[in-house]
Design a protein around this ligand. Structure first.
Ligand SMILES: *Cc1c(COP(=O)(O)O)cnc(C)c1O
Length: 426
């Protein structure tokens, strides 16, 4: 059977496949650049593993308190070396990205302090962490206030507004690298560096935390290379490489990370406790694979933007822009189109390919959300997935793919479902 036959077996028509091939022919240079960044980051990860003499004893499981957990402690040194930070906290006890961010914020803000976002509103789930939407145990309930400077209409930083919002109580500044569920641009690490320099120019002792979710290994440098005191992310996104089944990380200054460890476990215990429960092989190996996995996801994102822009849908980033995270937003304009797109992604999955996603009221989000995910790790969004809140402008956020070929199939299947629904005409 030829490749057309293989795709036909998966449900992709010849017309859709040919449409994809035509788009792909224009993307060789883009893909070469993505490969070059992956090669650089592979060398960075490998150097950190060699420097810290990773060996088989580091893969041993620990239980109970987890005292003297060498594998865990060494993995944290590896992360600190990759992110060029003094310290790192990398733990299965950090349950997700929101948890990692909540730990970093609540550990470094005290009653009377103010948190500032100079990049507009934060990711949906952080609204309850901060108390923008009322919640039990929010920072607001503990007497931490929140200020925000919105981005300008063109997506750039509003430096005058930011200057006006920095005051004597401003203790921590939070910068979200990735667009999340918004149609603003994702910031490059260089842009984040400029913003950090501006804020520290006004208030030298202010701490800066970067929500690095979806950004790891997309560029050759990370926000911790340009002045961030903490970078925070999830292991079921980029740095887990698809193998980590849970976890989060916080890399940063010793002072900030110590506080995070005290908040995560207990004052006085900090990083000394926290058994690894046998997860070290997947944490190390996932990190090792991550630069390559991220490159596959990036190729998928670029491919999707080029397909959907050509069909007349607005894409963020657009078909030709540089990438600073693995997310591709496609504004589909209707609930029906969002559902069709997500059904295509689901139908392409290795797991649960036969189920049909429906919009639902997901905890932590204020609109109905549709999600397509047929992942080996539940909810893992470094695996091929698509989601989005069912509200204006009806944009779907597409990300991941453990391999480029799988990302490609997912995009072709999404297109197939839009064609089948009569929404798109090739
Ligand atoms: C995914 C994400 C989060 C939250 O992570 P969860 O693991 O879903 O809790 C926070 N910020 C950004 C930008 C994200 O992409």
């Amino acid at each position: 059977m030829d490749i057309n036959g293989m795709y036909a077996q998966l449900g992709v028509s010849r017309a859709v496949y040919e449409y994809g091939e035509e788009v792909l022919r224009s993307l060789r240079e883009r893909f070469d650049h993505i490969d070059a960044v992956a090669e650089y980051n592979q060398a960075k990860v490998l150097s950190a593993m060699q420097k810290n003499r990773v060996n088989a004893t580091h893969f041993a499981a620990t239980t109970g308190y987890g005292y003297n957990d060498d594998g865990r402690d060494n993995l944290e040194r590896v992360y600190a070396d990759i992110f060029h930070t003094e310290a790192a906290l990398v733990r299965p006890q950090i349950t997700c990205g929101t948890h990692a961010l909540a730990v970093a914020l609540s550990a470094n803000l005290l009653p009377g302090d103010e948190l500032l976002s100079p990049v507009g509103s934060p990711y949906d789930t952080l609204e309850e962490v901060i108390g923008i939407r009322e919640s039990k145990c929010s920072l607001r309930e503990y007497g931490v206030t929140y200020a925000q400077a919105d981005l300008k209409a063109n997506g750039s930083f509003d430096y005058d507004a930011i200057r006006a919002k920095i005051n004597e109580r401003t203790k921590l500044i939070t910068i979200q690298r990735s667009k999340g569920y918004a149609t603003r641009p994702t910031f490059s690490v260089a842009q984040i560096g400029e913003l950090i320099a501006f804020c520290k120019g006004i208030k030298p002792d202010v701490k800066v935390m970067v929500d690095n979710c979806y950004g790891e290994f997309v560029e050759e440098i990370e926000p911790s290379d340009v002045g961030a005191d903490m970078v925070v992310g999830s292991l079921i996104k980029n740095p887990g490489g698809g193998l980590a089944p849970i976890g989060g990380y916080i890399c940063g200054t010793q002072e900030c990370v110590d506080r995070c460890a005290y908040r995560l476990s207990a004052p006085g215990l900090g990083q000394e406790v926290g058994a690894n429960l046998g997860l070290m092989p997947s944490f190390y190996q996932g990190l090792f694979l991550s630069p390559t996995v991220v490159s596959g996801a990036l190729k998928g994102a670029v491919f999707a933007a080029n397909i959907y822009e050509k069909l007349g849908f607005a894409c963020v980033p657009n078909a030709s822009e540089d990438r600073h995270d693995i997310i591709q937003a496609v504004t589909l304009g209707s609930r029906e189109a969002m559902v069709a797109f997500c059904r295509g992604i689901q139908a392409a999955a290795p797991v649960d390919s036969y189920v049909s996603p429906e919009p639902w009221a997901m905890p932590g989000y204020d609109a109905e959300v549709i999600m397509a995910a047929g992942a080996f790790v539940q909810g893992s969004s470094i695996e091929l997935s698509a989601d989005g809140p069912i509200r204006e402008p009806y944009a779907v956020y597409f990300q991941g793919g453990l391999t480029w070929y799988h990302a490609k199939l997912g995009i072709l299947m999404s297109l197939q479902k839009l064609v089948d629904a009569g929404i798109v005409d090739l």
